[in-house]
Design a protein around this ligand. Structure first.
Ligand SMILES: C[S@@+](CC[C@H](N)C(=O)[O-])C[C@H]1O[C@@H](n2cnc3c(N)ncnc32)[C@H](O)[C@@H]1O
Length: 255
């Protein structure tokens, strides 16, 4: 998969792309990340990428022509269909299901805004999708682009060492992940739950499922509204007195 990132601050992206799983995925050829400096597509001697807003008002707006040239250059460099994603607080709110959707693409061009954002005509003419990473304002789209690259990359086949670990993450279902423990068995007087030490894998699966549901009820009950459970899971929920709580959450939503 190819990620092409358009930015006026290319150096900002170096470190996150050169550590950990992203680095390994790049070296293994699972992803290719190309960083394009929008300034390379300016035509004046000051490499101007922004200008004052028509109609007045605060801040500067990113000019459409350098952005358009950068996209056209990126498109010309490859035959593959590419999806252009504008990072903007006004876009659809990013989540794991959008990450899964993007992981199906061969090539994504991520456009990082700065200042007051991009000229509306560039947005209308060139952007296929607009994504916000949350209801807050960043100084630029670069960190948002990194969040997308990181979360999409770990979904690509063969990227994570343990093949099924992405399937069991929080949000792979509408459930938060169960709590995790490692050595030592006793930390500051707190013991690891006995069931995890006994080696009964069926019991461990049931325990983890129940803890995942418990945690979701406590922290993110709204997620459960869209979750469905197998007959075996319903039996477990009933045995642990959680079925009525889950049903109440789901009924309140449907009422
Ligand atoms: C200071 S922001 C511009 C905000 C704009 N004036 C507004 O109110 O919608 C500059 C750039 O940061 C990026 N950005 C800021 N917050 C973001 C968010 N929550 N999600 C994605 N990108 C964001 C966008 O690329 C945006 O063009």
């Amino acid at each position: 998969m190819i990620f092409e990132i358009l930015t006026i601050f290319p150096d900002l992206l170096n470190s996150p792309l050169n550590e950990g799983i992203l680095r390994k995925a790049r070296l293994a050829g699972k992803i290719d990340i190309r960083i394009t400096d929008i300034r390379d597509f300016t035509e004046d001697r000051h490499n101007t990428t922004d200008d004052r807003p028509f109609g007045g008002g605060e801040g500067m707006v990113m000019k459409p022509e350098p952005l358009a040239r950068a996209i056209e250059h990126a498109r010309a460099a490859s035959q593959d269909e590419s999806k252009v994603v504008l990072l903007t607080p006004q876009g659809r709110r990013y989540n794991q299901s959008i990450a899964r959707e993007l992981a199906q693409q061969l090539r994504i061009i991520l456009v990082c805004g700065r200042y007051e954002g991009v000229d509306e005509r560039f947005r209308a003419a060139y952007c296929d999708d607009e994504i916000s990473i949350g209801d807050f304002i960043l100084t630029g789209g670069e960190l948002a682009a990194m969040i997308i690259v990181d979360s999409v990359t770990r979904l690509l086949p063969g990227v994570l060492g343990c093949t099924d670990s992405a399937d069991k993450d929080t949000f792979s279902r509408n459930l938060l992940k169960h709590p995790q423990y490692t050595r030592p068995r006793n930390f500051q007087g707190m013991e690891v739950p006995e069931v995890l030490l006994e080696g009964n894998h069926g019991e461990i699966r049931s325990y983890r499922f129940i803890e995942a549901v418990r945690r979701t009820i406590e922290r993110r009950p709204e997620l459960l509204r869209q979750e469905t459970f197998s007959p075996a899971e319903i039996k477990l929920l009933k045995k642990n007195d959680l079925y009525t709580v889950v049903q109440q959450i789901q009924d309140n939503h449907n009422a």
